[in-house]
Design a protein around this ligand. Structure first.
Ligand code: ADP
Ligand code: MG
Length: 336
């Protein structure tokens, strides 16, 4: 493009909240044949809400709130039961150490349910998998708890909250939770396993909201002949449920991708000769934005993502991906 056309394109972009990091990027955007969206915070709002809490007894059966067996009568020993409230208290206290949106939702949800959320004694992040924390146990608080002889956990316990891999890597059998996990995930929720002192204790699930324009953005790109893909650290079931809602082909979903593997995944896509635009919002996405033919940071994205990106979309609107490509089109058409 002529310097004048580039200047016009850059200006029109800026007026529309689409910032190109230089004229060559402006020229490249129109050649993009594949758009790879990050899921959380990019296609979805990234504002999670706690939706479900499940407690398991030591046999891996779900118990209803208050520590009663869910369905199958009273064969379970009283001491084997940890109530949903106690699972949530342990998970939320452990997650108080994390800034992750999944963690914020668990903490806020617990507080809304009137649960006494503390701070963990020790805390460790396991990127792309979850967290590990040491949480102070508690003495029985209420009169009814004392009367029933429930003692809570007076000692400090080790709590894990995260995905299947986190628990499996710690030698915990996740099979008893498999069915409930899948059920929640097929609803598009992110279900997280909770383990206490090396044993499966329950599940907490968060749900996210899909951005209102995500579906239209995907459709507009597909109409142009652009292949639309999704990449996420989230699991296959949740990822596919979200993909379905926004119109992305299930075959185009790359799920369970660890943060450090996102850029490899984009490189693998590009090794087939594609020109990929990666669209992401998080610190996790920065390396993938950097290797993409065009890296696009969206919305209130982190500084790290914006730094790594070629294009920044100031608004939190996936339709601006289409706008970026159209501005590129318009800029180059003028000089023909
Ligand atoms: P995304 O790529 O969707 O932004 P992440 O890479 O941050 O997701 O996390 C991938 C998965 O790891 C999550 O779906 C969740 O199962 C688990 N996870 C990450 N952080 C946490 C946390 N603080 N608590 C529980 N689980 C977590
Ligand atoms: Mg994200």
């Amino acid at each position: 493009a002529t310097p004048a056309a580039t200047m016009v394109g850059t200006t029109i972009g800026a007026q529309n909240g689409v910032l190109f990091k230089g004229g060559d990027i402006l020229e490249r955007a129109r050649d993009v044949d594949t758009v790879v969206f990050d899921k959380t915070g990019t296609l979805t709002e990234g504002e999670m809400e706690l939706t479900d809490v499940v407690a398991f007894d030591s046999e891996g059966n779900a118990v209803a709130d208050g520590g009663e067996p869910a369905a199958d009568g009273g064969q379970l020993a009283e001491r084997d039961k940890r109530s949903e409230d106690e699972v949530l208290r342990l998970a939320a206290t452990a997650e108080s150490g994390s800034e992750h949106p999944l963690a914020r939702a668990i903490v806020d949800g617990a507080k809304e349910r009137g649960i006494d959320v503390g701070e963990p004694d020790e805390f460790e992040n396991v990127p792309g998998q979850g967290i590990r924390a040491t949480v102070e146990g508690r003495e029985p608080r209420s009169g009814s708890e004392r009367a029933s002889g429930e003692r809570g956990d007076p000692r400090a316990v080790e709590v894990l909250v995260g995905n299947r891999k986190l628990l499996q890597d710690n030698g915990i059998d996740t099979d008893p939770a498999a069915e409930t996990m899948e059920e929640l995930e097929r609803e598009g929720k992110t279900a997280m396993l909770v383990a206490v002192d090396g044993a499966l204790a329950g599940i907490v699930a968060d749900a996210d909201t899909i951005k209102p324009s995500a579906k239209d953005a995907v459709a507009a790109l597909q109409e142009r002949g652009v292949d639309v893909m999704m990449i996420t650290g989230d699991n296959e079931h949740t990822a596919r449920a979200v993909a379905e809602q926004v119109g992305i082909d299930p075959d185009n979903v790359r799920a369970g991708v660890l943060p450090e593997d996102k850029s490899d995944a984009v490189e693998a896509i590009q090794s087939e000769g594609r020109k990929a635009m990666m669209v992401g919002d998080g610190v996790n996405d920065a390396p993938a934005l950097a290797v993409a033919y065009v890296g696009t940071a969206i919305g209130s994205g982190t500084d790290v993502a914006i730094e790594a990106a070629d294009v920044t979309l100031m608004r939190d609107d996936p339709l601006d991906v289409v706008k970026a490509i159209r501005i590129s089109d318009a800029t180059l058409q003028k000089i023909k």
